[in-house]
Design a protein around this ligand. Structure first.
Ligand SMILES: Nc1nc2c(ncn2[C@@H]2O[C@H](COP(=O)(O)OP(=O)(O)OP(=O)(O)O)[C@@H](O)[C@H]2O)c(=O)[nH]1
Ligand SMILES: C=C(OP(=O)(O)O)C(=O)O
Length: 210
């Protein structure tokens, strides 16, 4: 399950890095690369995107993923809602929430994370900074109880979720919030949608970068 907030308000922390007007294009490209890769994973039986953005919904459906409307109460409410829908549709399958800003995501790495989560009631993967979370998984029949936002690694640990530490999964941890994150993702190698958008994105001088 991949949450995507409206493109017009997405990626505000890239404001110091990316020229005005280009953040929606980049946020959409990140989401498309994330979903396209997730769809190819052996351990992924379906991808459900939670969004109220019509442009995102159309592009995601074109990839073959499902879309459900947001509930307008923030990220964790969106994820809890999506998890209930996914759980009802596939009662014998676990569900994982995955951040939509993973443009460097590699399928074999996501498969390794999902393999590590298999058999665990609730499990999560910390982001590259070790502060946030990029993936939270719950076994079938177990409530996801998402606690994303800011220092969510500590929140998910405190909630009893098990921290996953599989080897070599940098692309799953590399969410892009800041200019430095974007440079790191480009270093790992971004997917086709992001690679297609980047040449037309004006990068602001590094001194102004966030
Ligand atoms: N459906 C849905 N997704 C959300 C919501 N808030 C955040 N997200 C998604 O959750 C993930 C993490 O989002 P944030 O880091 O809070 O927002 P962002 O747009 O990525 O970046 P900032 O604007 O810099 O905070 C991204 O995939 C967002 O699209 C929400 O209210 N509803
Ligand atoms: C919402 C989260 O991510 P971000 O750092 O992208 O806000 C999180 O890590 O819980």
């Amino acid at each position: 399950m991949v949450p995507v907030k409206p493109l017009s308000i997405a990626k505000s922390r890239l404001a110091g890095t990316i020229g005005p007007g280009h953040r929606p294009e980049l946020a959409l490209a990140f989401a498309l690369d994330t979903v396209r890769t997730a769809l190819t994973c052996d351990r992924v039986h379906g991808v459900l995107v939670v969004t109220d953005d019509a442009r995102v919904a159309a592009a995601i459906r074109a990839l073959g993923a499902d879309v459900v409307a947001d509930v307008g109460a923030g990220l964790n409410a969106a994820l809890a809602h999506g998890a209930r829908i996914a759980g009802a549709a596939r009662p014998h399958t676990g569900v994982a929430a995955l951040s939509a800003d993973l443009p460097a995501l590699r399928a074999e790495e996501l498969d390794r994370v999902l393999a590590a989560a298999t058999g665990v009631r609730r499990a999560f993967l910390a982001d590259a900074a070790g502060v946030g979370t990029t993936l939270l998984a719950a076994a079938s029949g177990v409530a996801l109880a998402p606690g994303f936002g800011g220092p969510s690694r500590a929140r998910h640990l405190a909630s009893g979720a098990v921290e996953l530490t599989p080897y070599d999964v940098d692309s799953v941890r590399r969410d892009v919030d800041t200019g430095e994150d974007l440079r790191a993702a480009i270093g790992l190698g971004v997917g086709a949608a992001t690679a297609a958008v980047l040449p037309s994105v004006p990068f602001l001088p590094r001194a102004a970068a966030s």
